[in-house]
Design a binder for this molecule. Structure first.
Ligand code: HEC
Length: 307
């Protein structure tokens, strides 16, 4: 194309266009087509056998994977699941209450501070009052002593145990994981946590779980060291919502989703802005592109053979 354009621009393209026809191009002799028939058959057979063998090995491997024995959580219709849906903040608020009154007895959330809840689930005054209920170790003071004071907005959520060893010692050797990012840290996210919380049941016939463990089909290995933490009316919601088991589980999962992804609403709002912006911008850019290229696109290049 470039050579042609030069030729057209130069007026007469004779010198370029009349290239000698018998130009020798060395031919690479490595293509499949140029092999003898017997080699073609042998190579094809090898390919089919290798691909088939790999497929079979993969299938066998999949079918004996022990982790496939666990129950996968179903997809629940979360109100925040849509591409443009925000979190249900009333649910986040109830979820915090569940965390505070139930889960916080064993699980830390060390990456969350009280101030993070301001404007999300509570007002500043409410959160200040909640923070003040907790005793926080601060210091040292001028005599070098640590002291306790009521919590402040800037404090992080207090931990139930001073360290991992104490947590294990109190829970039969199992460590309750930090819940700050738990829905991002487990396959299935809030679907998994919801199923785990509501999925405790009796072990099937022939299956026995060790003392101190509980049967839960959603937990990898089916025996979990967490006793069923919630049940109907495990607490009383401040806003009067009936605290059924599934309601409590749903609210705490929404809260955990917010904790793991505090930018959730902002992210979706930005996405909406991006969609609206590009709905205007893309047609404009397309029109401009057509406009700029018209000269090139509507040009006709003709070859006039020399007389
Ligand atoms: C009595 C203490 C206790 C309470 C209360 C408790 N948990 Fe747990 N939790 C544990 C322990 C111990 C483990 C570790 C289990 C294991 O590894 O077998 C655990 C594990 C978990 C896990 C991780 C499971 C996994 O896949 O590894 C999640 C999620 C969880 N808890 C959520 C909660 C929520 C939500 C609440 C509040 C509704 C709660 N827990 C209340 C003790 C507790």
């Amino acid at each position: 194309m470039a050579a042609l354009r030069v030729a057209v621009l130069a007026g007469s393209g004779r010198g370029l266009l009349r290239t000698p026809t018998a130009m020798k191009t060395p031919k690479a002799n490595m293509s499949f087509a140029s092999l003898p028939r017997s080699k073609k058959v042998a190579l094809t057979t090898l390919g089919v056998v290798a691909a088939g063998g790999a497929g079979l090995a993969l299938m066998l491997h999949q079918s004996v994977k022990a982790s496939e024995l666990e129950l996968h959580p179903p997809h629940y219709p979360w109100s925040h699941a849509g591409p443009l849906s925000s979190l249900d903040h009333a649910s986040v608020r109830r979820g915090y209450q569940v965390y505070k009154q139930v889960c916080a007895a064993c699980h830390s959330m060390e990456y969350l501070a009280f101030r993070n809840l301001v404007g999300v689930s509570h007002t500043e005054a409410e959160i200040k009052a909640i923070a003040e209920e907790f005793e926080v170790v601060d210091g040292p003071d001028e005599s070098g002593e640590m002291f306790t004071r009521p919590g402040k907005l800037s404090d992080y959520f207090p931990k139930p145990y001073p360290n991992a060893e104490a947590a294990r010692a109190a829970n039969n050797g199992a460590l309750p994981p930090d819940l700050s990012y738990i829905v991002n840290a487990r396959h299935g996210g809030e679907d998994y946590v919801f199923s785990l919380l509501t999925g405790y049941c009796d072990p099937p016939a022939g299956v026995s779980v060790r003392e101190g463990l509980y049967y839960n089909p959603y937990f990898p290995g089916q025996a979990i060291a967490m006793a069923p933490p919630i049940y109907n009316e495990v607490l009383e919601f401040d806003d009067g919502t009936p605290a059924t088991m599934s309601q409590v589980a749903k609210d705490v999962c929404t809260f955990l989703r917010w904790a793991a992804e505090p930018e959730h609403d902002q992210r979706k709002r930005m996405g909406l802005k991006l969609l609206l912006g590009s709905a205007i911008l893309f047609p404009l850019i397309y029109y401009m592109k057509r406009h700029r290229w018209t000269v090139l696109k509507s040009r006709k290049i003709a070859y006039r053979p020399p007389k």
